[in-house]
Design a protein around this ligand. Structure first.
Ligand code: GLC
Length: 538
């Protein structure tokens, strides 16, 4: 299998506005990330993915960009950015940035011009129509917004303030390539490409049979031509890494984006887990991993993640965020770092931060949640019920500030945080994690170190064992006569299994575990809640 530096990397995601605030405005900033780079380096991450920090009215937390070549004042200045990049490189790490080019802000000068008149040269930078169809957007009941000025509708896959660019227009594509080069020429190491499979739109916008299933937004004819052109014009000229955010995708389609011979992207995030598996579902999760392994292995590269800035923190959503918080955080860490594909750590995951439960909708900031709440309440549904139904998956669950220590506001800011700190910060924080040798933080650190020393974790092939077991997820990784066994009890039960000779762990070296002592049992595999173990079989 072809070896690449990025396949061997662990990525740490920095949602800077919630990371660390140095100027007291309540928002994290790039200076704050600089000050905490040693912390990220201590963990052992190789690559930082920085969420968008470009000029933006901030309707969707920076995913509505009004100037692609400047830094949002909340984040800092271009000077701070340049220093940040330098400091990342000084520590031997790499930086990838968000590329948000499916849409801009409605405050982008292109859109202001585009909406000003039908014959404006920028009219065709966006998608305009005389009649809407029945499609929904991610954040609103319709993808179409009527604009009084020219009495036509424009298309938006997300909020009304995020009009979609018209990728059919070659001038739009050249503008995008040009500012991609601008950042790459500064020396950044690649891009995380926001909803990149949404660029091509369906010709003629036919009505959907089921408008609630918004998969019509993605994977439309033309998308691969755009990405291949982007590769030809920009990507291939730099030694960089790219990961596409690609919803609604099967392994078969996924391979079209990341196949090693395709000259499009290196890896992808698919959302079969995070968009559809609301709580942990062992059989489903195993089935997803099986299918993606079969579909991509030796042909393209996958990513492993269970949360990010859009998806509720993993201990709260899939594990246990009370009595087994530490055990479940470590257990999922083993899962993510031992499955085939690049592991992603979302800030705070490494200390087992949890989701949040604010009391009322007013305390939430997430535009997706707020819009949905409004829509449902306007339909006449009971507000309390609607609120309850939205809390579990609200994006704010993972957007609360990083909990640095037990001082006010978790040491995140000296001002008023843009979003309330999770009240559990006195028990869960970085200072406490760094002081405890058994902490989740040091467990992640060990896992990352293990990966650096053992290429089997990257390039080893994958075979599942005990496929149908409801509590145990176990698999073997194998590379060049080495064989490792991973055994995870993803449940709150004590689980005992008799295993065949080939899975015997008697006398085998245990490489890592999240429990201190062995269980006293006659049965070979006896695992406590969320117990995780890695053995060297060969
Ligand atoms: C992606 C981002 C999300 C954003 C959306 C629109 O899904 O991760 O935060 O709201 O794209 O840009």
């Amino acid at each position: 299998m072809k070896k690449n530096w990025w396949k061997e990397s662990v990525v740490y995601q920095v949602y800077w506005r919630s990371f660390y605030d140095t100027d007291g405005d309540g928002y994290g900033d790039l200076e704050g990330v600089i000050q905490k780079l040693d912390y990220i380096q201590e963990l052992g991450a190789d690559v930082i993915w920085l969420n968008p920090c470009f000029e933006s009215p901030d309707v969707d937390n920076g995913y509505d960009i009004s100037d692609y070549r400047s830094i949002m004042s909340k984040a800092g200045t271009m000077e701070t950015f340049d220093r940040f990049l330098q400091e990342v490189h000084n520590r031997g790490m790499k930086l990838i940035m968000d590329l948000v080019v499916n849409h801009t802000s409605d405050q982008h000068p292109w859109f202001k011009e585009s909406r000003s008149s039908k014959d404006n040269p920028k009219r065709d930078y966006y998608v305009w129509r005389r009649e809407p169809n029945n499609w929904r957007s991610y954040f609103t009941p319709s993808v179409w917004e009527f604009d009084d000025q020219t009495e036509e509708y424009y298309f938006h896959s997300f909020a009304v303030e995020q009009p979609d660019l018209n990728w059919e227009n070659p001038m739009v594509r050249q503008e995008v390539y040009s500012f991609m080069r601008f950042w790459l020429d500064k020396g950044i190491d690649g891009f995380r490409m926001d909803v990149i499979n949404l660029l091509a739109k369906q010709a003629g916008f036919p009505d959907a049979e089921n408008p609630e299933d918004i998969s019509y937004l993605g994977n439309n004819p033309g998308i691969h031509e755009y990405l291949q052109e982007m590769h030809r014009e920009v990507l291939q000229h730099y030694d960089i890494f790219t990961v596409g955010e690609i919803p609604f995708v099967t392994p078969e389609d996924g391979l079209l984006y990341v196949g090693e011979n395709r000259r499009e992207l290196h890896t992808l995030f698919h959302f079969e887990v995070c968009d559809y598996m609301i709580h942990w579902d062992m059989q489903r999760y195993k089935e997803i991993q099986r299918r993606w392994y079969k579909g991509l292995w030796e042909k393209g590269w996958n990513s492993q993640f269970l949360n990010n800035h859009d998806h509720t923190r993993l201990v709260t959503r899939f594990g246990n965020d009370s009595i087994f918080r530490v055990e479940s955080a470590k257990c999922f860490a083993v899962l993510l770092h031992l499955l085939p594909g690049m592991p992603y750590i979302y800030q705070g995951e490494e200390i087992g931060m949890t989701g949040v439960r604010y009391k009322s909708i007013q305390e939430y900031q997430d535009i997706a949640m707020k819009n949905k709440y409004k829509e449902e309440v306007e339909k006449g549904r009971d507000p309390g019920e609607v609120f309850k139904s939205l809390v579990h998956l609200s994006r704010d669950n993972s957007r609360t500030p990083v909990q640095w220590d037990e001082s006010p506001n978790a040491g995140f800011t000296k001002g008023t945080p843009w979003i309330k700190v999770n009240p559990n910060y006195k028990e869960i924080n970085v200072a406490q994690s760094l002081a405890d040798p058994d902490s989740i933080f040091y467990f992640y650190k060990k896992l990352i170190q293990l990966r650096k020393e053992n290429k089997i974790m990257v390039y080893g092939d994958y075979q599942e064992v005990l496929e149908d077991h409801q509590q145990i997820y176990s698999f073997i990784r194998e590379l060049d006569h080495q064989r490792w066994l991973v055994v995870l009890n993803i449940s709150e039960l004590l689980v005992q299994v008799n295993v065949p000779e080939s899975l015997s762990i008697a006398g085998k070296e245990m490489l890592l575990t999240n429990y201190k002592n062995e269980v006293d049992s006659n049965v070979e595999w006896a695992l406590r809640p969320y117990e995780a173990r890695i053995y060297r079989l060969l």
